[in-house]
Design a protein around this ligand. Structure first.
Ligand code: F6P
Length: 323
């Protein structure tokens, strides 16, 4: 008999529940007992473990968020907090933990693994900044939400001959902004990975205005040196040169909410099942992700402290398509 625990940590991502369901049902199918840890690492420290059954994870595959709850736990970053978590795991006779989350969560997973506890991570964050997975759970849903927002902004922008800034999430990573910008036909994309001066955007907007475009939109990553607020401040002094009237929308947490897309449900199901297979094989201290369409493991050591780069060719493509 094997007793495992599973938790969701960091910013929630649509599809986390599907991953939780897969871990639980695949674990039970192997004859294991599965426990859900509530509120991420905080629950690991306080010992908030509750048994999961095939039925208790029923009806959740279509739900956004996480039924286990999530948190960012400063206490787990301390040696004392991690020792407490280890003690609680011992008390519950848990033999391994599956950690569903993004960069910060996998850093916690790595720390636990280095203390000798068997851990497997599952790549889940809307930012898609994790090394070890071409695509992470939640990205597809967040992309589609942001894309719908951009489509909607373009219609009202056209009616009023306006230029819009749409700021999307992503922390220090420009993936969401880049993909949304291309898929939505934005006139400009501003991301942290590629230096862009505000004057370049003024010129792009002006050029669009002179060509008779009824609107111009820039998708801006929140982590860019010039985010939407800073760009808007610059533009306010150059309105006459731009031509269009200007408006700005920050999408924020809307991108993390709502039902996961089919893609995210399938990805989460495969990665959750993959985590159980990995544990059954005896492998540990790894992140389970999707690379070239295959469920793949990468050492947590290689995942932590690095950020997946964006594809510069995509940025160039956006420049050509935006003309
Ligand atoms: O990592 C996911 C994410 O949504 C980032 O895109 C964003 O910067 C951050 O979390 C927001 O964090 P919080 O939910 O704590 O405000």
């Amino acid at each position: 008999m094997k007793r495992i625990a599973v938790l969701t940590s960091g910013g929630d991502a649509p599809g986390m529940n599907a991953a939780l369901r897969a871990v639980t049902r695949c674990g039970i199918a192997r004859g294991w007992e599965v426990f859900g840890v509530h509120q991420g690492y905080a629950g690991l420290i306080s010992g908030d473990f509750r048994p999961l059954t095939a039925r208790s994870v029923g009806g959740i595959i279509q739900l956004g968020g996480t039924i286990l709850g999530s948190a960012r736990s400063p206490e787990f970053k301390t040696e004392e907090g991690r020792m407490k978590a280890l003690w609680e795991l011992g008390q519950q006779e848990i033999e391994a933990v599956v950690i569903i989350g993004g960069n910060g969560s996998q850093a916690g997973a790595s720390a636990l693994s280095k203390m000798g506890f068997p851990v497997v991570g599952v790549a889940s964050t809307i930012d898609n900044d994790l090394v070890g997975s071409d695509v992470t759970i939640g990205v597809d849903t967040a992309l589609n939400i942001a894309l719908e927002a951009l489509d909607r902004l373009k219609t009202t922008a056209s009616s009023h001959q306006r230029a819009f800034l749409l700021e999307v999430m992503g922390r220090n990573c420009g993936y969401l902004a880049l993909e949304v910008g291309i898929a939505g036909g934005a006139e400009a994309i501003v991301i942290p990975e590629i230096k862009t001066e505000p004057e370049e955007i003024v010129q792009i907007f002006r050029h669009a205005y002179e060509r008779g475009k009824t609107h111009a939109c820039a998708v801006v990553a929140e982590g860019a040196a010039y985010n939407a607020a800073k760009l808007a401040a610059y533009f306010s002094e150059h309105q006459a040169r731009i031509g269009y009237e200007l408006r700005s929308t920050t999408l924020g947490h809307v991108q993390r909410g709502g039902a996961p897309t089919a893609y995210d449900r399938l990805l989460a199901s495969r990665l959750g099942a993959g985590a159980v297979d990995v544990l059954a094989s005896g492998e540990k201290g790894v992140l389970v992700g999707m690379i070239k369409g295959q469920v793949t493991t990468t050492s947590l050591d290689k995942v932590v402290g690095t950020q997946k780069p964006i594809d510069p060719a995509l940025f160039q493509l956006a420049r050509v398509l935006d003309t």
